[in-house]
Design a protein around this ligand. Structure first.
Ligand code: C5P
Length: 249
């Protein structure tokens, strides 16, 4: 059954004013944004609270990867900022991921919901030709392998391309998050390689669509985002008439 995913806008800009302007403009069409390295390194941690003050859920995409002790303390610091979702590289290994989960699970979340920890498989800007390992190891083996480790290690989900989401979903727990960047409603790929349309990602079972430039760099960001939402709703309705659709909150 197809569910409507959350649409998370990547606020990849380098100024606080631009980020807050975009966030205010887009709030009627989404309640999730992603703060990544570009915004975080230009504005610092306080941007998280400023965005949360606009009533957003914040996905902090720092793609942490370091020794377990450093990651434990960094995850704890991110939790202090009030983030709702946080990324770690799965290539950091099981001990690093365990340290991150310990840092989160040692905290009391009575006053707010527990932040989700999701593992980055392979960046959607990479394809087979970018990988350092032998030709025989296909990307389509590596990503599901990393995703199944993420589930076993106790993470809440993974970041993968829309093209890989359906395969991962088949063997994942019901509530496992499938976060898919590399979403392209049109033809322009920019630096993305494993890109799919919003509807393709939804049909593959993505729970969170991460969309940056197709919205933020467009002439009318709110209209571009609304257009994507309309496409998803129309597609979901079509699936419902065929008996496969379900609209979720
Ligand atoms: O502008 P665009 O839609 O390509 O933005 C995609 C966003 O998703 C960027 O913020 C990028 O850092 C992030 N991302 C990605 N691939 C991953 C994980 C995150 O593109 N595997």
């Amino acid at each position: 059954m197809t569910h409507k995913p959350r649409v998370v806008v990547a606020l990849d800009v380098s100024s606080r004013e631009q980020a807050l302007d975009l966030a205010r403009t887009l709030r009627p069409a989404t309640d999730w944004v992603k703060i990544g390295l570009e915004l975080f390194t230009s504005c610092g941690p306080r941007i998280v609270q400023e965005i949360k003050d606009l009533d957003y859920n914040v996905f902090l995409d720092l793609k942490l990867m370091d020794i377990p002790n450093t990651v434990r303390k960094s995850v704890s610091n991110c939790i202090d900022l009030g983030v709702d979702m946080l990324t770690l590289h799965l290539l950091g290994g099981e001990k690093m991921i365990n340290a991150a989960i310990d840092a989160r699970d040692g905290r009391d979340f009575q006053a707010r919901s527990r932040p989700a920890l999701v593992g980055v498989t392979l960046l959607t800007s990479l394809d087979r030709s970018d990988l350092p390992w032998p030709e025989s190891r296909s990307l389509y083996d590596v990503v599901p392998d990393l995703a199944s480790r993420a589930g076993r290690w106790g993470l809440d989900g993974v970041v993968c391309s829309g093209g890989e989401a359906a395969g991962i979903k088949k063997s994942a727990m019901e509530d496992f998050c499938l976060v898919t960047p590399g979403i392209r409603p049109g033809e322009t790929l920019e630096d993305q390689k494993r890109a799919v349309t919003p509807s393709m990602a939804m049909e593959a079972g993505a729970t969170h669509l991460v969309i940056g430039r197709p919205v933020t760099a467009s002439r009318d960001p709110l209209e571009s985002l609304m257009q994507i939402r309309r496409e998803l709703s129309a597609n979901l309705q079509g699936a419902a008439y065929g008996g496969h659709g379900k609209e979720s909150a």
